[in-house]
Write a protein that binds this ligand. Structure first.
Ligand code: GLC
Ligand code: CA
Length: 516
């Protein structure tokens, strides 16, 4: 077997499915596993290699499933384990691999482990599963990523730590029992046949001993400042042995299982430590996602990516959209910095230019699809879907909205159900009933898949064409070289094998004369 087949993940195009918004088979307004299974054929025809499913495990859905109450069962909202097995078998019969989302930094407060810890009381071994502390005030100055303090007090006086919502208590990864429990969870899904995992917030799992204050909370808030020493809740060294163990578990199974870490670690030379040959197979390249779309920034980012990942023998990944940031078709239609992009845009904010945004986004995607490495696509981008930027407050579900009293509208705008068939009903064929857990903006009907299928020049057909070319020329496993003679302040050009890609970052018309 050649390397191409052996290391599928090095070049794969992986499509992110957000289950609650992909396709709804039973018509209750929330996407489900049977809905996904029924539409897998359309992903096959798009030309992708694998799908990653955001969480569908049992969950009270306080953070859209990233608050898991049972890691080894399917939430009834999405179906059953049998439905999952059918999904997996169908995907495999189509030649698509399936990665699932694993959320190890925190559980739901409705998980048995947390319920037992609360019941068992202070000082019990059950409380050692999480970070509990005594005190009259929060034990330190840590902030939640969703706003407000990272500590909540129980009626018995102890506080528990949560870097996200108060319904998402952080696990104590120093506890060997937590480590063993997750190894069992990995095996549970690997035995079922999944091809790997997307791992949520792996850089949050380790906490510095004694849980000291964040040294720069005024400037960094809940996050970190690039180039400064790691704050006590991010990128602790103690997590790396855990991932080495997981890698060994994956490798003990046949069939090239792989894991991708959502390691938000910068600079990329630091992130590269996470993809050393015995740790994660890949991580999301957040630098690329965050970069302003200018020739200067993108050139710097691409150079940094190849340098950093190349140094440890890992492929770079490329990503422009996901379920946590403003869709790139809208992001590129206005002046939306990284912060606004992940905090969302609401009806009272400046609105993107949809036409310009889509043109730029499509050009950005084509530019990106020519790069060697692995590419992540987010459901709906192949339709050119814009963000829902006028969603009314009463529909907001992202905990960020409530925790900041609406100051940050949150991420719901990129999570709206997909339009499949124009004008069949109010949800554009997301289901048979027209119900939808978040309302689609009126414009979505114009982006429906059936209007684009087979239509030359549509966003969908352009994606298909580019994905087919990528496969035909084996670009994922290809080579990269700047075509210096064609690059300028506003133009980037590169070669990958026999392909020449030229991208004009400005809106003015430019022509090129090519030698051959
Ligand atoms: C990750 C997920 C995000 C979630 C958070 C907490 O960043 O992508 O959706 O809210 O982790 O689990
Ligand atoms: Ca449903």
């Amino acid at each position: 077997m050649g390397q191409t087949q052996l290391d599928w993940w090095r070049s794969a195009v992986i499509y992110q499915i957000y289950p609650r918004s992909f396709a709804d088979a039973n018509g209750d307004g929330i996407g489900d596993l049977p809905g996904i299974t029924s539409r897998l054929g359309s992903l096959k025809s798009l030309g992708i290699d694998a799908v990653w499913l955001s969480p569908f495990m049992r969950s009270p859905q306080k953070d859209a499933g990233y608050d898991v109450s049972d890691y080894c069962d399917v939430d009834p909202l999405f179906g059953t384990l049998d439905d999952f097995d059918r999904l997996l078998a169908t995907a495999h019969s189509l030649g698509l691999r399936v990665l699932i989302d694993l959320v190890p930094n925190h559980t739901s407060d409705q998980h048995e482990w947390f319920k037992r810890a609360v019941a068992a009381g202070p000082g019990s071994p059950e409380r050692e599963f999480y970070h509990f502390r005594d005190g009259d005030a929060p034990p330190n100055n840590w902030q939640s990523m969703f706003g407000g303090p990272a500590w909540t007090q129980l009626p018995d006086g102890q506080w528990y730590c949560h870097l996200f919502d108060s319904s998402q208590p952080d696990l104590n990864w120093e506890n060997p029992k937590v480590q063993e429990a997750f190894e069992d969870i990995l095996r549970f899904w690997l035995d079922r046949g999944v091809d790997g995992f997307r791992v949520d917030q792996p850089h949050a799992m380790g906490k510095a001993k004694g849980l000291p204050d964040h040294p720069d909370v005024e400037r960094a808030g809940a996050g970190f400042i690039e180039g400064e020493p790691s704050p006590p809740m991010w990128f602790q060294e103690s997590v790396h042995p855990i991932f080495r163990k997981w890698r060994a578990i994956l490798e003990s199974y046949p069939g090239q299982r792989a894991m991708c870490g959502e390691a938000y670690v910068l600079p990329l030379s630091f992130m590269a430590l996470w993809v050393r040959p015995d740790e994660f197979h890949q991580t999301f390249n957040f630098r690329y996602l965050d970069s302003p779309w200018t020739a200067k920034d993108i050139r710097k980012t691409i150079d940094e990516s190849f340098d950093a990942f190349g140094a440890v023998g890992a492929p770079s990944t490329w990503v422009l959209s996901n379920h946590d940031v403003m869709r790139h078709a809208s992001r590129m239609g206005g002046d939306f910095g990284r912060t606004t992009a992940s905090d969302g845009v609401g009806p009272n904010d400046p609105q993107p230019d949809a036409e310009l945004g889509l043109k730029r986004a499509l050009a950005a995607t084509l530019f990106t699809l020519g790069l060697p490495g692995s590419m992540y696509l987010y459901q709906g981008e192949e339709l050119g879907l814009p963000e829902h930027t006028t969603l009314e407050p009463e529909f907001r579900q992202d905990p960020t909205f409530a925790r900041t009293n609406g100051a940050r509208v949150g991420r719901d705008g990129c999570r709206v159900p997909l339009p499949w068939e124009s004008n069949v009903n109010e949800s554009s064929g997301f289901n048979q009933t027209g119900k939808s857990w978040l309302p689609q903006p009126a414009a979505y009907a114009n982006y429906a898949r059936d209007l684009q299928e087979g239509v030359e020049g549509s966003t969908l057909e352009t994606y298909k064409w580019a994905l087919a070319k990528r496969k035909e020329l084996n670009l994922g496993h290809g080579t990269f070289e700047w075509a210096e003679d064609l690059c300028s302040e506003s133009v980037l050009a590169y070669r990958n094998r026999s392909l020449l890609v030229i991208h004009n970052f400005e809106t003015n018309e430019t022509t090129w004369k090519l030698d051959s």
